[in-house]
Design a binder for this molecule. Structure first.
Ligand SMILES: Cc1cc2nc3c(=O)[nH]c(=O)nc-3n(C[C@H](O)[C@H](O)[C@H](O)COP(=O)(O)O)c2cc1C
Length: 391
């Protein structure tokens, strides 16, 4: 049975030519509440739409007659060389999208030599991901109310060989996800009348889910029984302070970055505490709606922290040209959330693979047409390749 399904998935994947086509394919195949959980954002979804627009607002100014032959897309991200300036961002509850889940995404990252970030809210544990996939592993931390549990999560990540600690600072409380509320989505999903109704409409999804391991919050081993996303959300510390960041800096010996819509002033303060960098992010518009588009924070944060601090950006990356814009504005790399989840929903691990291939291909073509030889050259040319000078 499985090879047939795999071929069907591959056929579906080969019919998709960019991230938007993968999104459309996922929408057709995945039950509405699950698709909306991925695709939706907070409140009026102003931030989410603005994130995409902010990348697309910039216009390129190509260099003429630049003698481009081969393109070198490699970059250095938090002290390690990567073949492409791209990182897979943390996403909670990934096995709800496809049973391949976190391991499938991590294996796709590994195959491409890219970092994969495991979420605190993962459905595969810190240890299991590290045992089954070996990309450059990063661990995303939600600071918990219980300092002992926070410490334990960080110790487990270090012991399992995760290299980078990513502290998410925009989720003191969970954002209000209107679509989830409308759809009555509970996590874990409960069998309600409407869930049962979608089984008939999307049998492939349900067959996969019912024949794979039950989903749970795998990192909450002690208390996993009966945990819902609402209850785990209440375990997050709503009053994280700079002392907490300093304590984690003391505990974690590897690179440590903050993930959120960090202002230039806050970035300076964080650097003074020994933070190594930032993943500028508004959680894909899933937390505070109407938050500044992270792409617009790249230049001011870069100016505030100087050239040696790592600056990554996510929220709105759907095309290789977005990676080019991010680098031109001063970022070291871009990260993707929904993009790889759309792929995963359509074709599991092979779908996540496909998304990375598509973005890589688009990035290479963008550099080629820009008249730029490498990702490093794009970084040094900076906003001179943007017709608006980055403003
Ligand atoms: C379904 C889903 C789950 C997410 N879960 C987490 C999480 O557990 N921790 C976290 O820091 N960010 C989480 N994020 C945010 C992503 O890490 C990333 O910031 C965001 O997806 C970037 O925007 P994009 O989807 O437009 O690429 C999640 C995003 C999605 C779409």
């Amino acid at each position: 049975m499985k090879p047939v399904e795999l071929n069907a998935a591959r056929r579906r994947l080969s019919a998709c030519h960019d991230v938007f086509e993968l999104r459309a394919a996922a929408r057709r195949r995945i039950p509405r509440p699950v698709f909306d959980y991925v695709d939706g954002a907070a409140d009026e979804e102003v931030s989410m739409r603005a994130n995409l627009r902010a990348f697309r607002r910039h216009r390129f100014q190509p260099r003429a007659v630049a003698e481009v032959t081969a393109i070198d897309t490699s970059a250095r991200v938090l002290g390690r060389d990567v073949p492409l300036p791209l990182v897979l961002a943390p996403t909670g509850y990934t096995r709800m999208m496809h049973p391949d889940g976190e391991v499938g995404a991590a294996r796709a990252a590994e195959r491409h030599g890219l970092p994969y970030t495991l979420s605190t809210m993962a459905t595969t544990s810190i240890e299991q991901v590290a045992a089954t996939a070996r990309p450059d592993l990063w661990f995303q931390l939600y600071i918990q109310k219980d300092p002992g549990f926070t410490k334990e999560l960080v110790t487990r990540a270090a012991t399992a060989g995760y290299r980078v600690l990513v502290i998410t600072i925009d989720t003191l409380v969970t954002g209000h996800r209107t679509r989830d509320e409308r759809n009555g989505l509970t996590i874990p999903p409960a069998l309600t009348v409407s869930t049962i109704a979608t089984i008939g409409a999307k049998p492939g999804y349900w067959l996969r889910m019912l024949t794979s391991e039950a989903i749970d919050f795998a990192n909450f081993t002690e208390t996993a029984e009966g945990l819902t996303i609402a209850r785990t959300g209440q375990m997050f510390n709503p009053s994280v302070g700079w002392d907490d960041i300093a304590a984690l800096r003391d505990q974690w010996s590897g690179p440590l970055i903050l993930k959120g819509p960090v202002s230039p002033a806050d970035a300076r303060r964080a650097v003074s505490l020994g933070v190594d960098g930032f993943q500028l992010s508004n959680h894909g518009g899933r937390q505070l709606d109407r938050t500044i588009a992270p792409v617009d924070l790249i230049a001011p944060v870069r100016e505030a922290v100087g050239p040696d601090v790592s600056v990554l950006v996510d929220s709105g990356v759907r095309h290789g040209a977005d990676i080019a814009v991010a680098l031109a504005l001063g970022a070291d790399a871009a990260a993707i959330g929904r993009a790889y989840l759309y792929g995963l929903m359509v074709g599991g691990e092979a779908g996540a693979d496909k998304v990375i291939d598509v973005l890589e291909d688009q990035f290479i073509r963008t550099l080629n047409l820009l008249g730029v030889h490498s990702a490093a050259e794009l970084r040094s040319l900076g906003t001179s390749v943007l017709a608006d000078g980055g403003s």
